[in-house]
Design a protein around this ligand. Structure first.
Ligand code: 7TS
Length: 416
């Protein structure tokens, strides 16, 4: 692409129009315009998503898959259309590979309990990395306790990058599954998942990717990646809470036992025996998050209407701008400086505890997260109790980065 074409994309990014779509952004916090930089925890919702939810509840709501009446048929049609939408979004081979769950956490627990619990034995190993969110650590610890399997952890370096040689050495004939985050929530690191998958597959080891942070920021094609499982949440993708996705390769999902029992996941029940439903319903026990699935479909439409090239360019520019400004601040240390990073800036200040940074920034109307970000082992590795984290999204601007950096300067001055 020529420089002028690139500049065209940069200058034509419809930031004002995007911001206008998000009602929650247009409010004052403590007398200052809200600067929302806690997107890695959860993103705000555009009116297209809010309207889709409200319209669904106003006109179409009923339970799914069970009624012969019109509303139930309509609700079922919309719920299943959302599944088709997700299938196209991540380019899954078929709709049966899309299981609706509550979120990334539930998706990983489902794999741990269904895929892991039934097949793992003492001596088997699960391989994760040192930068995982607790939801890609604890479910594996639990299944290891249940089965006698062992959890192995591939180390990271001081930039917060996975050490690939160490990862490769930890892959063994005992490894039954590799579970790795696509993008780290605490550091921003984007992992070389293509390499991870080809190394694992060379030894016939399936790979689960935790896509909670990646899905809102980069295009994901599960067939091109050839990952075996992919998990993500709707709420970080400008969609509702309570809805997420487990993608699994069909042959793996077919072979896995159900995780939860109840309505919807069965074909026939007697007190003697129960016959399970087909994919994906086998894994969707109980009344699902129907309106939320419809809202997720609307969120996907919204993101794709902006386009990945525009989104990735805009967020890349924001990160570069914020990183350069942060690097100029005396006493600020960035935690997570990987060569390949998403738009997340984790940092600490010499004299101020991260929780105080978060509280003081709130006085400037700036919302960041302060804490361990559900990645305590990452904090231990960098020998910090916590970090402050600014995480950017499609609606953030360079002016907001300026406000953040000025507020940080004020905090440093105040703490002397
Ligand atoms: N995996 C990663 C990489 C995450 O960042 C999160 C949430 C999860 C899994 C869990 O997702 P959930 O939707 O099931 O809760 N991360 C964060 C965060 O960074 N701050 O708040 C939640």
């Amino acid at each position: 692409m020529t420089q002028s074409a690139l500049t065209e994309i940069q200058t034509s990014y419809p930031l004002d129009a995007i911001r206008a779509d998000f009602p929650a952004l247009h409010q004052q916090v403590r007398g200052k315009p809200l600067v929302y930089l806690d997107n890695a925890a959860s993103a705000q919702k555009p009116k297209q998503v809010i309207d889709a939810l409200a319209d669904f509840y106003r006109h179409d709501f009923a339970n799914v898959h069970r009624g012969v009446h019109t509303l139930s048929e309509r609700a079922t049609g919309k719920y299943e259309a959302a599944r088709d939408r997700v299938q196209r979004f991540i380019n899954a081979a078929c709709r049966e590979e899309i299981v609706f769950v509550r979120g990334t956490t539930e998706a990983i627990n489902l794999v741990a309990q269904s895929y892991g619990r039934g097949s793992l034995q003492s001596g088997d190993e699960i391989l994760i990395t040192a930068m995982e969110h607790h939801s890609n650590i604890v479910p594996w610890q639990m299944v290891c306790q249940q089965t006698g399997a062992t959890l192995k952890v591939a180390p990271i370096n001081q930039q917060g990058e996975l050490i690939m040689e160490a990862f490769e050495r930890l892959l063994s004939t005992r490894t039954r599954l590799v579970a790795v985050t696509h993008m780290s929530n605490a550091l921003g690191t984007i992992n070389p998942v293509e390499d991870i998958i080809s190394l694992a597959h060379a030894q016939n080891i399936p790979v689960l990717l935790d896509g909670a942070q990646a899905v809102p920021h980069l295009p994901v094609d599960v067939q091109a990646l050839d990952c075996d499982f992919y998990a993500f949440s709707g709420h970080k993708l400008y969609g509702p809470t309570g809805i997420g996705v487990l993608y699994g390769k069909r042959e793996l999902l077919e072979a896995m036992p159900p995780w939860q029992g109840g309505g919807e996941m069965i074909r026939k029940v007697t007190f003697e025996a129960t016959e399970y439903n087909v994919l994906p319903y086998k894994f969707e026990a109980g009344t699902p998050a129907i309106a939320e699935a419809v809202g997720l479909g609307a969120a996907i439409d919204y993101v794709e209407s902006i386009g990945w090239q525009a989104i990735t360019q805009h967020e890349h520019d924001l990160l570069a701008y914020a990183t350069a400004k942060a690097s100029d601040i005396d006493g600020l240390r960035l935690v997570g400086t990987a060569a390949r990073k998403g738009a997340i800036l984790s940092f600490i200040l010499k004299q101020v505890h991260p929780h105080d940074i978060g509280t003081f920034l709130d006085h400037y109307g700036v919302a960041v997260r302060a804490g361990h970000h559900c990645a305590m082992p990452v904090m231990d590795f960098f020998q910090v109790p916590a970090t402050a984290r600014a995480s950017f999204a499609i609606y953030n601007s360079k002016e907001e980065v300026d406000i953040l950096m000025e507020a940080i300067q004020h905090i440093i001055e105040a703490f002397g």
